[in-house]
Design a protein around this ligand. Structure first.
Ligand SMILES: Cc1ncc(COP(=O)(O)O)c(C=O)c1O
Length: 390
Protein backbone atom coordinates (compact mmCIF):
# COMPACT_ATOMS: atom_id res chain seq x y z
CA UNK A 1 0.00 0.00 0.00
CA UNK A 2 1.37 3.41 -0.96
CA UNK A 3 2.08 5.75 1.93
CA UNK A 4 0.08 8.99 1.88
CA UNK A 5 2.02 11.56 3.97
CA UNK A 6 -0.96 13.93 4.16
CA UNK A 7 -2.91 11.26 6.05
CA UNK A 8 -0.22 11.18 8.72
CA UNK A 9 -0.93 14.78 9.78
CA UNK A 10 -2.83 14.97 13.08
CA UNK A 11 -6.49 15.96 12.65
CA UNK A 12 -6.26 19.07 14.83
CA UNK A 13 -3.22 20.27 12.86
CA UNK A 14 -4.95 19.62 9.53
CA UNK A 15 -7.81 21.81 10.71
CA UNK A 16 -5.52 24.82 11.17
CA UNK A 17 -5.53 27.21 8.21
CA UNK A 18 -2.34 28.78 6.87
CA UNK A 19 -1.80 32.34 8.06
CA UNK A 20 -3.49 34.82 5.69
CA UNK A 21 -0.49 37.10 6.16
CA UNK A 22 1.98 34.47 4.89
CA UNK A 23 0.02 33.77 1.72
CA UNK A 24 -0.19 37.45 0.97
CA UNK A 25 3.50 38.05 1.55
CA UNK A 26 4.48 35.17 -0.69
CA UNK A 27 2.99 37.29 -3.49
CA UNK A 28 4.85 40.40 -2.27
CA UNK A 29 8.20 38.55 -2.23
CA UNK A 30 8.07 38.06 -5.99
CA UNK A 31 7.43 41.76 -6.77
CA UNK A 32 9.76 44.73 -7.19
CA UNK A 33 9.52 48.31 -5.79
CA UNK A 34 6.79 47.43 -3.33
CA UNK A 35 6.31 49.66 -0.27
CA UNK A 36 5.37 47.33 2.52
CA UNK A 37 3.11 48.40 5.36
CA UNK A 38 2.61 44.71 5.90
CA UNK A 39 4.86 42.90 8.31
CA UNK A 40 4.51 43.91 11.96
CA UNK A 41 8.15 44.55 12.60
CA UNK A 42 10.10 47.70 13.54
CA UNK A 43 12.04 49.22 10.64
CA UNK A 44 14.76 50.21 13.13
CA UNK A 45 17.81 48.01 13.50
CA UNK A 46 18.36 46.83 17.09
CA UNK A 47 20.18 49.68 18.93
CA UNK A 48 23.93 49.30 18.66
CA UNK A 49 24.70 48.85 22.38
CA UNK A 50 22.31 45.87 22.43
CA UNK A 51 23.92 44.30 19.37
CA UNK A 52 27.29 44.97 20.97
CA UNK A 53 26.19 43.09 24.10
CA UNK A 54 25.44 40.08 21.90
CA UNK A 55 28.82 40.35 20.19
CA UNK A 56 30.56 40.73 23.54
CA UNK A 57 28.76 37.66 24.86
CA UNK A 58 30.19 35.66 21.97
CA UNK A 59 33.65 37.15 22.53
CA UNK A 60 33.53 35.99 26.14
CA UNK A 61 32.64 32.49 24.99
CA UNK A 62 29.03 32.64 26.15
CA UNK A 63 27.95 29.76 23.95
CA UNK A 64 26.35 27.35 26.39
CA UNK A 65 22.89 26.34 27.56
CA UNK A 66 21.49 28.37 30.45
CA UNK A 67 19.16 27.27 33.24
CA UNK A 68 15.81 26.17 31.79
CA UNK A 69 14.17 29.24 33.29
CA UNK A 70 16.83 31.50 31.75
CA UNK A 71 19.75 33.47 33.22
CA UNK A 72 19.01 34.47 36.81
CA UNK A 73 20.50 37.95 36.26
CA UNK A 74 18.05 38.51 33.38
CA UNK A 75 15.14 37.27 35.48
CA UNK A 76 16.22 39.66 38.26
CA UNK A 77 16.35 42.54 35.79
CA UNK A 78 12.86 41.58 34.55
CA UNK A 79 11.58 41.63 38.13
CA UNK A 80 12.89 45.18 38.54
CA UNK A 81 11.57 46.35 35.17
CA UNK A 82 8.09 44.85 35.58
CA UNK A 83 7.83 46.24 39.14
CA UNK A 84 8.90 49.69 37.90
CA UNK A 85 6.73 49.86 34.80
CA UNK A 86 3.71 47.75 35.71
CA UNK A 87 3.66 47.79 39.54
CA UNK A 88 3.62 44.00 39.86
CA UNK A 89 6.32 42.15 41.72
CA UNK A 90 7.49 38.69 40.57
CA UNK A 91 9.99 36.43 42.27
CA UNK A 92 12.88 35.88 39.84
CA UNK A 93 13.55 32.43 41.32
CA UNK A 94 10.27 30.76 40.39
CA UNK A 95 7.76 33.20 38.88
CA UNK A 96 9.58 34.10 35.63
CA UNK A 97 10.51 32.00 32.60
CA UNK A 98 12.58 33.29 29.67
CA UNK A 99 11.24 31.95 26.38
CA UNK A 100 11.90 32.12 22.66
CA UNK A 101 9.72 35.18 22.14
CA UNK A 102 6.21 35.81 23.39
CA UNK A 103 5.31 33.26 20.71
CA UNK A 104 6.87 30.37 22.61
CA UNK A 105 5.76 31.70 25.99
CA UNK A 106 2.16 31.77 24.81
CA UNK A 107 2.35 28.34 23.20
CA UNK A 108 3.67 26.66 26.33
CA UNK A 109 1.22 28.60 28.50
CA UNK A 110 -1.75 27.27 26.49
CA UNK A 111 -0.28 23.76 26.54
CA UNK A 112 0.32 23.94 30.28
CA UNK A 113 -3.19 25.03 31.25
CA UNK A 114 -5.70 23.70 28.72
CA UNK A 115 -7.50 20.39 28.85
CA UNK A 116 -9.29 19.27 25.68
CA UNK A 117 -12.49 21.28 25.22
CA UNK A 118 -11.58 24.15 27.57
CA UNK A 119 -12.76 27.44 26.14
CA UNK A 120 -10.47 30.45 25.74
CA UNK A 121 -12.06 33.86 25.25
CA UNK A 122 -10.16 36.59 23.39
CA UNK A 123 -11.03 39.90 21.78
CA UNK A 124 -10.96 40.14 18.01
CA UNK A 125 -9.60 41.39 15.55
CA UNK A 126 -6.49 39.92 17.13
CA UNK A 127 -2.99 38.62 16.56
CA UNK A 128 -3.06 35.73 14.10
CA UNK A 129 -1.53 33.18 16.50
CA UNK A 130 -4.17 33.17 19.23
CA UNK A 131 -6.84 30.92 17.70
CA UNK A 132 -4.34 28.40 16.21
CA UNK A 133 -2.31 28.40 19.44
CA UNK A 134 -5.42 27.57 21.45
CA UNK A 135 -6.52 24.88 18.96
CA UNK A 136 -3.04 23.29 18.92
CA UNK A 137 -3.35 22.94 22.69
CA UNK A 138 -6.76 21.24 22.17
CA UNK A 139 -8.67 24.24 23.51
CA UNK A 140 -11.65 25.94 21.92
CA UNK A 141 -11.15 29.54 20.73
CA UNK A 142 -14.05 31.89 21.51
CA UNK A 143 -13.80 35.33 19.87
CA UNK A 144 -15.45 38.50 21.16
CA UNK A 145 -15.75 41.09 18.39
CA UNK A 146 -14.55 44.65 19.04
CA UNK A 147 -15.81 47.71 17.16
CA UNK A 148 -14.14 50.79 15.72
CA UNK A 149 -16.84 52.91 17.45
CA UNK A 150 -15.43 51.71 20.81
CA UNK A 151 -11.84 52.41 19.76
CA UNK A 152 -11.41 48.63 19.44
CA UNK A 153 -11.36 48.09 23.17
CA UNK A 154 -13.47 45.33 24.66
CA UNK A 155 -16.15 45.72 27.30
CA UNK A 156 -16.69 43.49 30.33
CA UNK A 157 -20.28 43.16 29.16
CA UNK A 158 -19.24 41.70 25.78
CA UNK A 159 -16.88 39.24 27.47
CA UNK A 160 -19.58 38.24 29.95
CA UNK A 161 -21.86 37.24 27.06
CA UNK A 162 -19.19 34.81 25.81
CA UNK A 163 -18.68 33.08 29.18
CA UNK A 164 -19.95 29.49 29.47
CA UNK A 165 -19.36 26.76 32.09
CA UNK A 166 -16.39 25.61 29.92
CA UNK A 167 -14.64 29.00 29.90
CA UNK A 168 -11.21 28.74 31.47
CA UNK A 169 -8.98 31.50 30.12
CA UNK A 170 -9.36 35.11 28.99
CA UNK A 171 -6.66 36.50 26.67
CA UNK A 172 -6.10 40.27 26.58
CA UNK A 173 -3.74 42.24 24.33
CA UNK A 174 -3.56 46.00 24.81
CA UNK A 175 -2.38 47.92 22.85
CA UNK A 176 -3.81 45.50 20.31
CA UNK A 177 -2.35 44.04 17.15
CA UNK A 178 -3.89 44.82 14.58
CA UNK A 179 -6.11 47.72 15.74
CA UNK A 180 -4.01 49.73 18.18
CA UNK A 181 -6.91 49.51 20.63
CA UNK A 182 -6.18 50.32 24.27
CA UNK A 183 -8.07 49.88 27.50
CA UNK A 184 -9.18 52.31 30.19
CA UNK A 185 -8.37 51.29 33.75
CA UNK A 186 -12.05 51.51 34.78
CA UNK A 187 -13.15 48.93 32.18
CA UNK A 188 -10.15 46.75 33.01
CA UNK A 189 -11.31 46.75 36.64
CA UNK A 190 -14.72 45.49 35.52
CA UNK A 191 -13.03 42.75 33.49
CA UNK A 192 -10.92 41.80 36.50
CA UNK A 193 -14.09 41.51 38.61
CA UNK A 194 -15.64 39.34 35.89
CA UNK A 195 -12.55 37.09 35.83
CA UNK A 196 -12.82 36.64 39.60
CA UNK A 197 -16.57 36.01 39.42
CA UNK A 198 -16.21 33.30 36.77
CA UNK A 199 -12.92 31.96 38.12
CA UNK A 200 -11.07 32.68 34.86
CA UNK A 201 -7.33 32.64 34.38
CA UNK A 202 -6.17 35.72 32.46
CA UNK A 203 -3.35 35.76 29.94
CA UNK A 204 -2.20 39.27 29.14
CA UNK A 205 0.03 39.86 26.09
CA UNK A 206 1.87 43.09 26.90
CA UNK A 207 4.16 43.15 23.87
CA UNK A 208 3.09 46.65 22.71
CA UNK A 209 2.71 48.21 26.16
CA UNK A 210 5.78 50.49 25.79
CA UNK A 211 4.34 51.74 22.51
CA UNK A 212 1.45 53.56 24.19
CA UNK A 213 1.15 57.11 22.85
CA UNK A 214 -1.56 58.53 25.08
CA UNK A 215 -2.83 57.75 28.54
CA UNK A 216 -1.39 55.50 31.19
CA UNK A 217 -1.04 51.83 30.28
CA UNK A 218 -2.36 49.52 33.00
CA UNK A 219 -1.80 45.78 33.02
CA UNK A 220 -4.61 43.69 34.45
CA UNK A 221 -1.93 41.79 36.42
CA UNK A 222 -1.48 44.94 38.55
CA UNK A 223 -5.11 45.16 39.68
CA UNK A 224 -5.95 43.96 43.20
CA UNK A 225 -6.17 40.18 43.47
CA UNK A 226 -5.22 39.60 39.83
CA UNK A 227 -1.56 38.57 40.04
CA UNK A 228 -2.55 35.14 41.36
CA UNK A 229 -4.77 34.43 38.33
CA UNK A 230 -2.77 36.12 35.55
CA UNK A 231 -0.04 35.00 33.18
CA UNK A 232 1.85 38.12 32.12
CA UNK A 233 3.59 37.77 28.75
CA UNK A 234 6.10 40.28 27.47
CA UNK A 235 9.06 40.45 25.17
CA UNK A 236 11.76 42.46 23.49
CA UNK A 237 10.72 42.25 19.82
CA UNK A 238 8.74 45.48 19.51
CA UNK A 239 9.96 47.88 22.22
CA UNK A 240 13.66 47.31 21.48
CA UNK A 241 13.41 46.31 17.79
CA UNK A 242 14.75 42.83 18.58
CA UNK A 243 12.46 40.54 16.55
CA UNK A 244 15.36 38.45 15.23
CA UNK A 245 16.74 37.75 18.72
CA UNK A 246 13.63 35.69 19.50
CA UNK A 247 13.39 36.47 23.18
CA UNK A 248 10.47 37.05 25.51
CA UNK A 249 9.20 35.98 28.92
CA UNK A 250 6.28 34.83 31.01
CA UNK A 251 5.60 35.85 34.62
CA UNK A 252 2.96 34.19 36.73
CA UNK A 253 2.10 32.02 39.71
CA UNK A 254 5.00 29.65 40.53
CA UNK A 255 2.83 26.55 39.91
CA UNK A 256 1.99 27.66 36.38
CA UNK A 257 5.54 28.79 35.58
CA UNK A 258 6.77 25.39 36.80
CA UNK A 259 4.29 23.59 34.50
CA UNK A 260 5.34 25.77 31.55
CA UNK A 261 8.97 25.09 32.39
CA UNK A 262 8.40 21.33 32.13
CA UNK A 263 7.19 21.73 28.54
CA UNK A 264 9.91 24.27 27.72
CA UNK A 265 12.71 22.07 29.10
CA UNK A 266 11.72 19.10 26.93
CA UNK A 267 11.04 21.11 23.77
CA UNK A 268 13.23 24.22 23.73
CA UNK A 269 15.52 23.57 26.71
CA UNK A 270 16.34 27.27 27.02
CA UNK A 271 16.38 30.49 25.03
CA UNK A 272 19.65 31.37 23.28
CA UNK A 273 22.23 32.64 25.79
CA UNK A 274 23.40 35.27 23.28
CA UNK A 275 19.88 36.67 23.02
CA UNK A 276 19.52 36.57 26.81
CA UNK A 277 22.71 38.62 27.23
CA UNK A 278 21.44 41.12 24.65
CA UNK A 279 18.05 41.27 26.39
CA UNK A 280 19.78 42.06 29.69
CA UNK A 281 21.47 45.07 28.09
CA UNK A 282 18.15 46.13 26.53
CA UNK A 283 16.14 45.97 29.73
CA UNK A 284 18.84 47.71 31.80
CA UNK A 285 19.92 50.44 29.39
CA UNK A 286 17.54 50.46 26.41
CA UNK A 287 14.73 52.70 27.66
CA UNK A 288 15.98 55.87 25.90
CA UNK A 289 15.98 53.93 22.61
CA UNK A 290 12.39 52.83 23.18
CA UNK A 291 11.35 56.42 23.95
CA UNK A 292 13.02 57.68 20.77
CA UNK A 293 11.44 55.00 18.59
CA UNK A 294 8.04 55.62 20.16
CA UNK A 295 8.29 59.31 19.26
CA UNK A 296 9.01 58.37 15.64
CA UNK A 297 6.03 56.02 15.61
CA UNK A 298 3.85 58.76 17.07
CA UNK A 299 4.74 61.18 14.23
CA UNK A 300 4.06 58.48 11.67
CA UNK A 301 0.78 57.58 13.33
CA UNK A 302 -0.38 61.18 13.22
CA UNK A 303 0.44 61.40 9.53
CA UNK A 304 -1.04 58.09 8.39
CA UNK A 305 -4.31 58.44 10.32
CA UNK A 306 -4.83 61.92 8.85
CA UNK A 307 -4.04 60.65 5.36
CA UNK A 308 -6.55 57.78 5.54
CA UNK A 309 -9.35 59.99 6.83
CA UNK A 310 -8.59 62.59 4.13
CA UNK A 311 -8.88 59.98 1.38
CA UNK A 312 -12.28 58.84 2.69
CA UNK A 313 -11.21 55.68 4.50
CA UNK A 314 -12.34 56.23 8.12
CA UNK A 315 -9.48 55.42 10.46
CA UNK A 316 -9.62 55.51 14.24
CA UNK A 317 -6.61 57.00 15.98
CA UNK A 318 -4.67 54.14 17.59
CA UNK A 319 -3.49 55.07 21.09
CA UNK A 320 -0.76 52.46 20.94
CA UNK A 321 1.11 49.85 18.83
CA UNK A 322 2.37 50.65 15.34
CA UNK A 323 -0.71 49.72 13.34
CA UNK A 324 -3.39 51.81 11.66
CA UNK A 325 -6.64 49.97 10.89
CA UNK A 326 -8.66 52.00 8.37
CA UNK A 327 -12.03 50.86 7.06
CA UNK A 328 -12.21 50.09 3.34
CA UNK A 329 -16.00 49.65 3.44
CA UNK A 330 -16.69 52.96 1.61
CA UNK A 331 -15.00 51.44 -1.47
CA UNK A 332 -17.42 48.50 -1.58
CA UNK A 333 -14.49 46.08 -1.83
CA UNK A 334 -13.73 43.26 0.59
CA UNK A 335 -10.53 43.77 2.54
CA UNK A 336 -8.79 41.05 0.50
CA UNK A 337 -9.96 42.50 -2.84
CA UNK A 338 -8.76 45.92 -1.74
CA UNK A 339 -5.37 44.64 -0.60
CA UNK A 340 -4.75 42.49 -3.70
CA UNK A 341 -5.79 45.21 -6.16
CA UNK A 342 -3.81 47.87 -4.28
CA UNK A 343 -0.75 45.67 -4.46
CA UNK A 344 -1.19 44.93 -8.16
CA UNK A 345 -1.96 48.50 -9.23
CA UNK A 346 0.06 50.63 -6.85
CA UNK A 347 2.59 48.27 -5.30
CA UNK A 348 1.67 48.96 -1.70
CA UNK A 349 1.37 45.94 0.58
CA UNK A 350 -1.07 46.02 3.50
CA UNK A 351 -2.68 43.10 5.29
CA UNK A 352 -6.41 42.44 4.72
CA UNK A 353 -8.24 42.84 8.03
CA UNK A 354 -9.94 39.46 7.60
CA UNK A 355 -6.57 37.81 8.38
CA UNK A 356 -7.16 38.86 12.02
CA UNK A 357 -10.53 37.13 12.34
CA UNK A 358 -14.00 37.66 10.84
CA UNK A 359 -14.51 40.92 12.75
CA UNK A 360 -11.46 42.36 10.93
CA UNK A 361 -13.27 42.09 7.61
CA UNK A 362 -13.79 45.48 5.97
CA UNK A 363 -10.52 46.84 7.35
CA UNK A 364 -6.86 46.94 6.36
CA UNK A 365 -3.88 46.65 8.69
CA UNK A 366 -1.18 49.16 7.82
CA UNK A 367 1.99 48.95 9.87
CA UNK A 368 3.61 52.34 10.32
CA UNK A 369 6.94 50.96 11.51
CA UNK A 370 8.24 52.16 8.14
CA UNK A 371 10.19 55.35 7.34
CA UNK A 372 7.96 58.44 7.13
CA UNK A 373 8.97 59.28 3.53
CA UNK A 374 7.93 55.77 2.48
CA UNK A 375 4.63 56.13 4.35
CA UNK A 376 4.01 59.42 2.55
CA UNK A 377 4.55 57.83 -0.87
CA UNK A 378 2.44 54.82 0.12
CA UNK A 379 -0.43 57.11 1.18
CA UNK A 380 -0.25 59.03 -2.14
CA UNK A 381 -0.50 55.73 -3.98
CA UNK A 382 -3.38 54.46 -1.83
CA UNK A 383 -5.28 57.77 -2.32
CA UNK A 384 -4.78 57.47 -6.11
CA UNK A 385 -6.06 53.88 -5.98
CA UNK A 386 -9.12 54.85 -3.92
CA UNK A 387 -10.01 57.58 -6.46
CA UNK A 388 -10.10 54.98 -9.25
CA UNK A 389 -12.74 53.01 -7.33
CA UNK A 390 -15.19 55.81 -6.51
C1 LIG B 1 0.27 40.69 19.86
C2 LIG B 1 1.52 39.94 19.57
N1 LIG B 1 1.92 39.02 20.45
C3 LIG B 1 3.04 38.30 20.24
C4 LIG B 1 3.81 38.49 19.10
C5 LIG B 1 5.05 37.65 18.91
O1 LIG B 1 6.12 38.24 19.53
P1 LIG B 1 7.56 37.59 19.66
O2 LIG B 1 8.40 38.17 18.58
O3 LIG B 1 8.02 38.00 21.03
O4 LIG B 1 7.40 36.12 19.53
C6 LIG B 1 3.43 39.46 18.16
C7 LIG B 1 4.21 39.68 16.93
O5 LIG B 1 3.81 40.33 16.00
C8 LIG B 1 2.25 40.21 18.40
O6 LIG B 1 1.83 41.15 17.56
Amino acid sequence: MEFDPSQSIARHVRAIPRSGIRDFFDIVQGMKDVISLGVGEPDFVTPWHIREAAIYALERGKTTYTSNLGLLKLREAITASVAGHFQVSYDPRNEILIAVGVSEAMDIAFRAILNPGDEVIYHEPCYVSYAPGIALAHGVPVAVACRAEDGFSVTAEAIERAVTPRSKVLVLNFPTNPTGGTMERGELEKIAALARRHNLLVMTDEIYSELTFEGEHTSIAALPGMKARTIFLHGFSKAYAMTGFRIGYACGPAEIVEAMMRIHQYSMLCASIISQEAALEAIQHGEPDTVEMREQYRLRRNFIVGAFNDMGLPCHRPRGSFYAFPSVRPTGLSSKEFAVRLLEREKVACVPGGAFGPSGEGYLRCCFATALDQIEIACERIARFVKTIH
